[in-house]
Design a protein around this ligand. Structure first.
Ligand code: AMP
Ligand code: MG
Length: 435
């Protein structure tokens, strides 16, 4: 188990002025551990969307429950195919019909078949279904050629979708729309999920004003808190808004203590750059064990990461994981998605899954400095030939929030990469997913 007073030493082997993004992610990964399955709750199916399953869900039944037809056609005993031979013909008498929800009563004879509709139970003794388009029907007789028809075709087997006793969904799964339908198909009305992670967040800065206040010269509206709130909501964690905190030791101390008491994770923005008051570092190291990193990423270079305690000193009282994000609005979003997000998922008990990166052709040259990861903003589109092409949104300043709104993807330029020429292939990470 990790012990406190460890954060700074994690980075000892790197240049303190340029911690690679992958190294920062690795360190965060070591510290952002699931809270365990102690704090779980039962929720109704309708409330399960985006929650994290705390236990495997075992299927109590077979789905489908019985063998049934995958087609509208005629069900029969496939043994007659062998008797007729590969290029032969089969003639059968229609003994009755089977509809979904209205099974055929009785057992057809060998020379008989049953008119059957999709989803209807296969009558006893029948294992094969011929599609209705492939038969000639005259009165109660049907005839068809055997060419290309194998025994067992067009049959859905009992348990083919889900077998009784098998895990239908695994612990750690973030419940999606299809999962809710799947659980319903098993007759399951409630599931056990992890308690939602509580995340306290606040903005720091004497220049900040809340929406609704007047702006004097030199002051700006606080946007980070709104962005953070929205990003947290999307992750279905429980956001705890602690407002704007002034740049003084007492206000910051109060905010950090309160946040640590009330939440599992604390996120602040601003006040972690080199030029910021020394009291920040001093205070954070009194309340916990916090490392101040300079990450080799753009935007998002300065970042504080560690653990805070609510007691008189580090190690006492309740504790929370802490992320001190940079102040610049785009840097807040980049560090949230590439450093914080995975930690929140891990602490929520969610299984890890990689972000879906796509390869695209860069329409324009991009200037990129080797030795840092850059998350530029782009607009991606598929061309007529089906290839993804991406165009930059223009100026990439870390304060230009409109670049995020205009973009539909990050252009992720990896650590070693240098300048990109027009026509080069780059990785993009689309903002929108389907499900
Ligand atoms: P800092 O890291 O506190 O020096 O902030 C860096 C830059 O981001 C400064 O220009 C700040 O005014 C700006 N900034 C900091 N916090 C916020 C915020 N909550 N909303 C909008 N801009 C901010
Ligand atoms: Mg500031």
């Amino acid at each position: 188990m990790n012990t406190p007073r460890h954060f700074s030493s994690c980075v000892a082997e790197y240049d303190p002025n340029a911690l690679p993004v992958s190294a920062a992610q690795d360190i965060v990964r070591q510290w952002a551990l699931p809270r365990g399955s102690v704090e779980v709750e039962r929720v109704r199916l309708f409330d399960a969307l985006d929650r994290v399953l705390a236990k495997d869900v075992i299927s109590p039944i077979n789905v489908p429950s019985h063998d049934n037809s995958a087609m509208d056609g005629y069900a029969f005993d496939g043994a007659v195919l062998a008797d007729a031979g590969l290029e032969g013909r089969v003639q059968l008498t229609v003994a009755g019909k089977a509809l979904a929800g209205q099974p055929f009563e009785g057992r057809p004879l060998a020379a008989q078949c049953v008119r059957i509709m999709t989803g209807a139970l296969l009558p006893p003794g029948c294992d094969t279904v011929i599609a209705q388009e492939l038969v000639q029907r005259a009165g109660d007789m049907v005839a068809f050629g055997t060419a290309g028809i194998g025994r067992g075709v067009n049959r859905r087997l009992a348990g083919e979708d889900l077998a009784e006793g098998q895990p239908a969904l695994r612990a750690g799964r973030i419940v999606r729309a299809s999962d809710i339908g799947l659980l319903a198909s098993l007759g399951i009305a409630e599931v056990t999920v992890q308690r939602r992670l509580r995340v306290a967040f606040f903005s720091t800065g004497d220049e900040l004003r809340s929406v609704g206040e007047t702006l004097e010269p030199g002051s700006i509206y606080d946007s980070n808190r709104y962005t953070l709130y929205a990003m947290l909501r999307r992750m279905n964690v429980e956001p705890v808004d602690l407002g704007i905190v002034r740049d003084d030791r007492a206000s910051l101390e109060e905010a950090l203590r309160r946040a640590t008491r009330e939440a599992d994770v604390v996120i602040s923005s601003g006040g972690v750059s080199v030029g910021d008051a020394d009291f920040t570092r001093d205070l954070m190291n009194t309340l916990g064990d916090v490392a101040f990193w300079k990450i080799a990423m753009r935007p998002g270079r300065p970042l504080a990461f560690g653990r805070l305690w609510s007691g008189a000193r580090a190690g006492e009282g309740e504790s929370a994981l802490f992320f001190g994000l940079p102040g610049n609005p785009v840097a807040v979003m980049a560090t949230f998605y590439f450093i914080v997000r995975e930690a929140l998922l891990a602490m929520s008990g969610a299984a890890r899954h990689a972000l879906p990166m796509v390869s695209a052709i860069s329409t324009n040259p991009l200037s990129k400095r080797a030795g840092r990861t850059e998350f530029q903003r782009g607009i991606a589109e598929r061309d007529k030939a089906g290839r993804w092409r991406v165009v930059t949104t223009g100026p990439q300043g870390s304060g230009v929030l409109s670049s995020m709104s205009e973009a539909n993807c990050f252009i992720v330029l990896e650590h070693e990469a240098g300048d990109i020429d027009a026509g080069d292939s780059v990785d993009i990470l689309p903002f929108d997913g389907l499900i």
